[in-house]
Design a protein around this ligand. Structure first.
Ligand SMILES: Cc1cc2nc3c(=O)[nH]c(=O)nc-3n(C[C@H](O)[C@H](O)[C@H](O)COP(=O)(O)OP(=O)(O)OC[C@H]3O[C@@H](n4cnc5c(N)ncnc54)[C@H](O)[C@@H]3O)c2cc1C
Ligand SMILES: NC(=O)c1ccc[n+]([C@@H]2O[C@H](COP(=O)([O-])OP(=O)(O)OC[C@H]3O[C@@H](n4cnc5c(N)ncnc54)[C@H](O)[C@@H]3O)[C@@H](O)[C@H]2O)c1
Length: 440
């Protein structure tokens, strides 16, 4: 007879483990099926790996900004050492997360799961039954259907480079493209960035995106807009990227054209789970079109940003639902996002049009903030959007510490704090939090 669980999760990323661990600790019988590395994309091939590699680049950028302001001599990035450091920080994470799951009493099943019916999945020929099943299978890199596409690489390949190529060509204008471009430029590689349209980072405040691109171009980025690749070719020891009218010679090609939901080969058609190109369709309780089958994390078809904090929020919500703490619909908070370029571009809330009568937009030049002068972080701006009652509803910033500014002001947005309530909050001085709370 097949083993029976209260809840079984497909995938072991943040869409799963932040909820599965407390659920098991509360006495539910929980199983997690993982086909690859435990912990999923973020720890192994995403956030943690990327930020570890980026930090020396970010530090170098800041040291460069202090030349003539108390520092002389610019450090060089040794990529082999940087990569070796990243490995030591990352390599233990799957075992660490597996340990957390096991200590909480979760049964970890290695292999690819597939639905047989709405309450049964098979893994390598063994059937497992559960009262509820959560699909949290994440995304995979989008493949280009072009001649020579096998010569291109994805973000995991980039994060696994032991040495950076002399010249990289990056296709795409999203998070992965901009973060890789910024890191590689600072580390000394030549970088060509190909945008198929006019704009990069479409969801972000475009004047700040343009400021970021200008700074990257000043640091040597070869930016090509409206450049649509038609194919790739190896020519002796070089690679070529072709468009209808142009050719770029390069040493390495990063395909950063997005990621697609892992919905194939799960047996979704067998049991009737509805999905589309954006992912699995769910109701406001994260239940799919099939009762007792749920979805969480990046694989969801959703308008919220497909980020780790969103996945954590969803898996935690499902944990409370399964534990009987709530039967309320999910209510997403304001979800911030940041592009880890140098400088960083961070944002929260919906930025209205400049002439929107319901809101007031103001822009702060970082040069005018005394504290930013001490950190030489003076080349960007903050955007503050307030409503008719002077409550903060959205914000964006381009700076070396943009993620900290946006984190600092999140409570003002989430709890709709009035100016009088904000006055009651005392922050440390001098600090980025103080600068943020006093800027709008
Ligand atoms: C390069 C990169 C950098 C990123 N940086 C950031 C960042 O800085 N900040 C941030 O917030 N977000 C970042 N993200 C996004 C973040 O990684 C995701 O939002 C997060 O990992 C989503 O978690 P998840 O559990 O939904 O999916 P995943 O972490 O992708 O986990 C899904 C898991 O399901 C497994 N799986 C798939 N199919 C099956 C099956 N049939 N059976 C069993 N297992 C299966 C997969 O092997 C995988 O381990 C980054 C992503 C990338 C690619
Ligand atoms: N800092 C972070 O939080 C972070 C960092 C990296 C990745 N991520 C997450 O990982 C996921 C993937 O990021 P991404 O940057 O790969 O995707 P993305 O969707 O952010 O960007 C894809 C880019 O590729 C372009 N594009 C799409 N098809 C193309 C084509 N055929 N030819 C040329 N250009 C094309 C798009 O216009 C867009 O600029 C996202 O969910 C993102 O949230 C987050």
């Amino acid at each position: 007879m097949s083993e029976h669980f209260d809840v079984l999760y497909l995938g072991s990323g943040h869409g799963t483990f932040d909820g599965a661990i407390p659920l098991a600790a509360r006495g539910k019988k929980v199983a997690v099926v993982e086909a690859d590395l435990v912990g999923g994309t973020c720890p192994n091939r995403g956030c943690n790996a990327k930020i570890t590699l980026d930090l020396p680049a970010s530090l170098k950028h800041q040291v460069d900004q202090f030349q003539g302001y108390g520092l002389t001599g610019t450090p060089a990035i040794n990529w082999a050492d940087n990569y070796a450091h990243e490995r030591t920080v990352i390599e233990g994470l799957p075992d660490m997360i597996a340990g957390l799951l096991k200590r909480a009493g979760v049964t970890l099943i290695h292999g690819r799961g597939r639905f047989v019916d709405a309450h049964t999945v098979t893994v390598a020929g063994t059937a497992y039954r559960a009262d509820k099943i959560v699909i949290a299978t994440g995304l995979h890199p989008h493949q280009l259907d072009l001649p020579g596409a096998e010569l291109t690489h994805d973000s995991s390949d980039f994060l696994n480079l032991k040495q950076l190529p002399r010249h990289l060509t990056i296709i795409g204008g999203g998070y992965v493209a901009l973060e890789a471009a910024s890191m590689a430029l600072t580390a000394g590689s030549g970088v060509t960035l190909l945008l198929r349209g006019d704009q990069a980072l479409r969801g972000f405040y475009q004047p700040f995106v343009e400021q970021l691109l200008t700074q990257l171009v000043q640091r040597g980025l070869d930016l090509r807009r409206n450049w649509v690749p038609t194919g790739f070719q190896r020519v002796s020891s070089q690679l070529e990227v072709h468009s209808a009218t142009d050719t770029i010679g390069t040493n390495w090609i990063l395909n950063a054209t997005g990621r697609n939901p892992n919905t194939a080969d799960l047996g979704l058609e067998t049991i009737g789970v509805a999905y589309n190109d954006n992912g699995i369709v769910v109701d406001d309780h994260l239940q799919t079109s099939v009762p007792d089958v749920y979805a969480a994390g990046d694989v969801l078809a959703k308008t919220q940003p497909k980020l780790t904090p969103t996945a954590i929020f969803e898996s935690t919500y499902l944990m409370h639902q399964f534990a009987g703490d709530t039967d309320a619909a999910i209510q997403y908070p304001a979800i911030p996002s940041v592009v880890f370029t140098t400088p960083r571009l961070a944002q929260v809330g919906t930025i209205p049009a400049a002439n929107d009568p319901q809101s007031h937009l103001s822009i702060t030049n970082l040069r005018d903030d005394w504290y930013r002068q001490t950190t030489r972080d003076v080349h960007g701006h903050s955007l503050w959007v307030t409503d008719a009652d002077q409550r903060l509803v959205a914000a964006a910033e381009l700076s070396n510490q943009a993620e900290n500014t946006i984190n600092a002001v999140l409570p003002a947005i989430q709890y709709r704090l009035t100016p009088a309530q904000r006055e009651q909050l005392v922050t440390l001085f001098p600090s980025i939090g103080f600068s943020a709370w006093n800027a709008f």
